[in-house]
Every structure is written in C-alpha cells, then in structure tokens.
Design a protein. Structure first.
Length: 165
C-alpha cells in the first residue's frame, strides 16, 4: 500500500509541477474610457500616393509604413489566425478564396488604401480621443490603360473582434 501511495503522490506532484511550468501569456486589454462618440465610424485612409506630383500627399504619407501592417494581416489571414470575410456579402472566406484575392490584387505590393471600422471614445477630463479598431479592409488600386489609378477595389475584411487569440 505504501508503494502505491508513493506512486500516487509522485504523480500528483509531477502533474502540479508540469502545470505550474506552463508559460503564462499576459493578456493586455485596453480599457476605453470616456463618452463613445462613434459607434462605429467607417472611413478610408489613403496609404499610397497615386500621383507622385502631388507634393502635399507625398509629404502627408512620408512617415507611414503600412507595409508592416499589410504583411502581418496577410500572414495571419493565410495561416488562419485571423478570419477574413467577403467585403460584399460578409461570408467567411475559404483559404482558396483568400489566396485568389491576394494574388489578384497583388495585395503585398498594391495595397493603396485601408478602410477602418472603429469606435471612438472622447475623454473630456483628459482631453483625449481613443480609437478602438474593430475591422480592417485592405483596398488595392485599379489602373486604367495608361497606368493611372482609376479607383480602388475592396479585398476582404478582417474582423479583429473575432480574432480567436
């Protein structure tokens, strides 16, 4: 009986030891304070200047590096860490649909605008505006026969609220 108790005790301590050694990933949640003044607001941001002669737009975009954001979103969507949805009918896209959209729009190189859906919070006491991004849509440029930007086409929407991580 003593041998059995020793084995049982050893198993319990081993389990507790292994459980306590698990890596704890800190979860950071930002608290948004103030009055919600946009619930939601949706808008597009131009992230690539379609006209190199437009000095003002060039200056406005000079300090942006959205390529990091685009590459991270595309990687997360491709490996399934971030779900992607059709811009027009909101169905969840399959891996093959995602690959086709990325290829067709050459999104890594051709993302030219980003649409955000956000909630805005105004903190009167601190005179601060906080934004919570819920959804992001990457748009790519569509060119005419002369190589000028004709407009932008939606790729897909990523819903940051549905991120399983």
């Amino acid at each position: 009986m003593t041998k059995r108790n020793n084995i049982l005790t050893a198993l319990i301590f081993s389990g507790l030891f292994l459980f306590s050694c698990q890596q704890k990933v800190p979860v950071e949640t930002k608290e948004y304070t103030g009055v919600k003044i946009a619930n939601p607001i949706t808008y597009e941001v131009l992230v690539r200047n379609p006209n190199p002669d437009d000095e003002w737009k060039t200056e406005c975009l000079a300090n942006t590096n959205t390529k990091i954001l685009v590459e991270d979103i595309l990687a997360a969507v491709k490996n399934g860490d971030l779900p992607a949805f059709d811009y027009y009918d909101n169905h969840k896209l399959s891996k093959s649909e995602i690959k086709e959209i990325i290829k067709k729009g050459n999104l890594t190189e051709n993302t030219a605008n980003i649409q955000f859906e956000e909630e805005w919070y105004w903190n009167k006491k601190e005179l601060a505006l906080s934004k919570k991004v819920n959804k992001i849509m990457l748009g790519y440029a569509v060119f005419d026969a002369k190589g000028k930007v004709r407009g932008y086409k939606a790729s897909f929407v990523v819903d940051l609220e549905s991120n399983p991580n």
